[in-house]
Design a protein around this ligand. Structure first.
Ligand SMILES: [Zn+2]
Length: 255
């Protein structure tokens, strides 16, 4: 009887040890299989971003924060917080533009700071490679191409962003190292009338936009126009440093 009990305890211990060993082995296998995959994905993302930055620099575009370190940058297409819900830029975190456009942006930011020392321009997107333009274009299949052009330029023609001459941005209030975007009435990349600068008067009258939201948009437009940018009809956040025609004459598309 004692022998049988001992054998049972021994068998239980062996089974328990076997279970621990199996769990340990599966953890090792998981580590050996999953970790390299994660590392490969991170390396691919990093090298894509590095290649992208190399080609932007090769075309003489500049990191806008090198021109004005007080500009805030939060590239929305480098996160999943955008209308395609995908990270389109990978590890890219710096915003690039043509030097003349970066100078205009610095001028607009200086005007803003002079009037409102606690406010800064917050950049959501700047130079955008044509490959990313295709991803954005294809993310809106629900709109016929004619309608789609209101929100995303046709990649076959190229967006002014593709030349490094357009910028998407807002105004943010800074406090120490933190900042918060002002309320513009819609989120960035909101597709619809509520984002149209051309409809603000009507939207205000109908109570769909508040006086403060319109005033915030007007402040952004005012400093950007004084900086040398032009605004467009359908997006409060988009500004061009040059017309498409001039951008095409002077620069090449970033592919
Ligand atoms: Zn834009």
């Amino acid at each position: 009887m004692f022998g049988i009990m001992q054998k049972k305890i021994w068998t239980q211990r062996t089974t328990k040890m076997h279970g621990v060993a199996q769990r340990f082995r599966s953890k090792i296998i998981h580590f050996l299989c999953v970790t390299p995959c994660i590392l490969v994905v991170l390396c691919v993302q990093k090298s894509y971003a590095q290649n992208l930055e190399n080609s932007l620099q090769a075309q003489k575009l500049v990191d806008i924060q090198q021109v004005d370190p007080s500009l805030l940058v939060e590239l929305k297409y480098s996160t999943t917080d955008n209308f395609v819900k995908k990270d389109v830029y990978g590890e890219l975190t710096r915003a690039y533009m043509q030097p003349m456009a970066a100078q205009k942006l610095a001028k607009a930011n200086a005007l803003l700071k002079r009037e409102h020392p606690d406010l800064r321009l917050l950049i959501y997107d700047a130079a955008r490679p044509r490959a990313a333009q295709w991803k954005l274009w294809q993310a809106l299949p629900q709109y016929p191409e004619r309608e789609r052009r209101k929100y995303v330029a046709d990649p076959r023609e190229g967006s002014i962003h593709n030349y490094g001459c357009a910028v998407d941005l807002t105004v943010a209030r800074v406090s120490g190292t933190r900042y918060e975007a002002l309320d513009m009435g819609t989120i960035y990349d909101f597709f619809g009338v509520m984002a149209y600068p051309s409809q603000e008067g009507r939207l205000l009258k109908e109570g769909k936009l508040t006086k403060q939201q319109v005033a915030n948009r007007q402040l952004l437009r005012s400093v950007m126009r004084q900086g040398g940018f032009s605004s467009i009809e359908y997006e409060w956040w988009h500004f061009n440093a040059l017309s498409r025609k001039k951008a095409m004459m002077l620069f090449r598309i970033v592919e």
